[in-house]
Design a binder for this molecule. Structure first.
Ligand SMILES: [Zn+2]
Length: 199
């Protein structure tokens, strides 16, 4: 099995902040919720596809070692962030088990940056835990910063028909998670308008 051949679970790659990108691994196809992280292969493919965005990207060997533990941990963190994103957007009480899950993942990896000094100084990300555990800790840490920082006010649930994704509104005119959702939403509005006009 080669890493490039791993099949992903179809989760969209929108380039959102990593916690939101992970939350969006639950998506919808024609109004039906789809779990994009159903298997070990899906999880490994997700980390492959988002790999460059981590301080310490997982190697192919790391990804081929992803097992049931990583599958469970990734799904649990995804579900927790998704639940908290829903609360951040719609209000209500944050489920304490979701908060606990994020914090459990943050604490699961010891990470630090070492100094490397060749021609010029640079920082090397290091950790003492398996790479996927470290990557999950990085996502969880970013989730803490996202929910408590300035970006929290810009977190949105996409309002396009049938869409369940979240995005950070990084542009004043941005209304949708993706161009595809914008097109579908405009088509739906047009349909409602022509129907209302009896055309
Ligand atoms: Zn959308």
């Amino acid at each position: 099995m080669k890493v490039e051949d791993l099949e992903n679970g179809g989760a969209p790659l929108l380039g959102e902040a990593l916690p939101i990108e992970l939350a969006n691994a639950t998506y919808a196809v024609r109004g039906r919720l789809v779990d994009g992280l159903q298997t070990v292969e899906h999880v490994a493919a997700w980390f492959r596809d988002n790999g460059e965005r981590f301080a310490e990207p997982c190697t192919d060997a790391d990804l081929l070692e992803v097992g049931a533990g990583e599958l469970h941990a990734t799904r649990a963190l995804r579900d927790a962030i998704r639940a908290l994103a829903g609360v951040a957007v719609r209000g209500g009480e944050a489920p304490s088990d979701a908060v606990a899950e994020v914090n459990r993942r943050v604490r699961a990896a010891a990470r630090w940056r070492e100094l490397s000094w060749g021609e010029r100084p640079s920082a090397l990300a290091r950790s003492a835990t398996p790479p996927v555990t470290t990557a999950l800790a990085e996502i969880a840490q970013q989730a803490v910063d996202l929910f408590t920082g300035d970006q929290a006010a810009d977190l949105r649930a996409c309002q396009a028909p049938g869409c369940v994704l979240y995005f950070v509104k990084n542009h004043p005119r941005r209304e949708w998670c993706s161009a595809g959702c914008g097109t579908r939403a405009r088509a739906a509005r047009h349909y409602e308008r022509t129907k209302a006009a009896g055309l």
